[in-house]
Design a protein around this ligand. Structure first.
Ligand SMILES: NC(=O)c1ccc[n+]([C@@H]2O[C@H](COP(=O)([O-])OP(=O)(O)OC[C@H]3O[C@@H](n4cnc5c(N)ncnc54)[C@H](O)[C@@H]3O)[C@@H](O)[C@H]2O)c1
Length: 257
């Protein structure tokens, strides 16, 4: 198993879904993990189930909350070696013609501006590490057009530009920056997406699931534990020459819908 013994790791939205799998995998690999999330009960459950994980309630769309949280994380961990920008919301299902401008702004505030704010605050700590790593959770929607999901796709493409720019800026400081682009992940979120598509198309959820898998060479959704294992690899010394890359983990998907 890849070890990350003693690495100091901050995971955003670490109490649920993919973030929870990442928090658990990094803790199992020997890292010291600090997980923030907007959902306090979920954080408390995480802490009970993964002993040693430090937690903090934080809405990454709120600048003051982010400033407080990153300072808390660096203090609790004694510095920072790895930042995992996992937090992101799915946003509305509507065509560009119909999307609610307030909903558009909410998605940008969480997915793009939130990621920017956490990263900006974390950079001084990562520079002190000497071997810092940043992972950014983009998506399949960050390499294909995604009908009826324009706010989400726009932010996930934006995060690719953010990743590539950061890699150029921070490489000379010994900090690597990569984006992970998961395809549809097993769990409640994909069921919500499929239900949204079914409501829009008039087809059943099962028909929507079959249509989603028809776009992939490997006919199953991704297990969050696989994404966590990729994150562990990229953060480890095995990935020390990998930076500025966008790494899909999506069963060889050929489209986002
Ligand atoms: N699930 C998928 O199919 C999929 C596919 C590709 C990419 N992604 C990306 O992976 C990341 C995690 O996705 P997920 O499916 O695990 O998400 P999720 O909807 O399961 O949520 C994970 C966590 O995010 C927290 N959260 C929500 N808003 C927050 C905020 N403003 N501040 C802090 N925490 C907040 C929630 O409380 C929850 O614990 C996201 O960036 C998402 O876009 C997911």
């Amino acid at each position: 198993m890849t070890t990350l013994t003693g690495k100091r790791v901050l995971v955003t939205a670490g109490a649920g879904g993919i973030g929870r799998a990442i928090t658990t995998a990094f803790a199992a690999a020997g890292a010291k993990v600090f997980a923030c999330d907007i959902d306090e009960p979920a954080l408390l459950r995480l802490q009970a189930e993964v002993p040693g994980v430090a937690i903090s309630v934080c809405d990454i769309a709120d600048r003051a909350s982010v400033e407080r949280m990153v300072a808390e994380a660096a203090a609790a961990l004694g510095g920072l070696d790895v930042l995992i920008n996992n937090a992101g919301i799915a946003g509305p299902v509507a065509s560009v013609a119909d999307v609610d401008p307030d909903a558009w702004e909410t998605v940008l505030r969480v997915n793009l501006t939130g990621t920017f704010m956490v990263t900006q605050r974390a950079i001084p700590h990562l520079k002190q590490s000497g071997l810092g790593t940043i992972l950014v959770m983009s998506s399949l929607a960050g390499r294909f057009g995604y009908p009826d999901r324009s706010p989400y796709a726009t932010t996930k493409w934006g995060l690719i530009g953010f990743t590539k720019t950061l890699s150029r800026e921070l490489g000379p400081s010994g900090i690597r920056v990569n984006a992970i682009l998961p395809g549809a992940v097993e769990g409640p979120r994909i069921q919500q997406v499929l239900a949204g598509r079914a409501a829009a198309s008039g087809r059943s959820v099962l028909e929507e699931e079959a249509a989603a898998l028809a776009n992939q060479s490997i006919k199953r959704f991704v297990d969050p534990a696989e994404i966590a294992a990729l994150a562990v690899f990229l953060a480890s010394d095995a990935g020390r020459s990998i930076s500025g890359q966008m790494i899909p983990i999506d069963g060889d998907s050929q489209s986002a819908s």
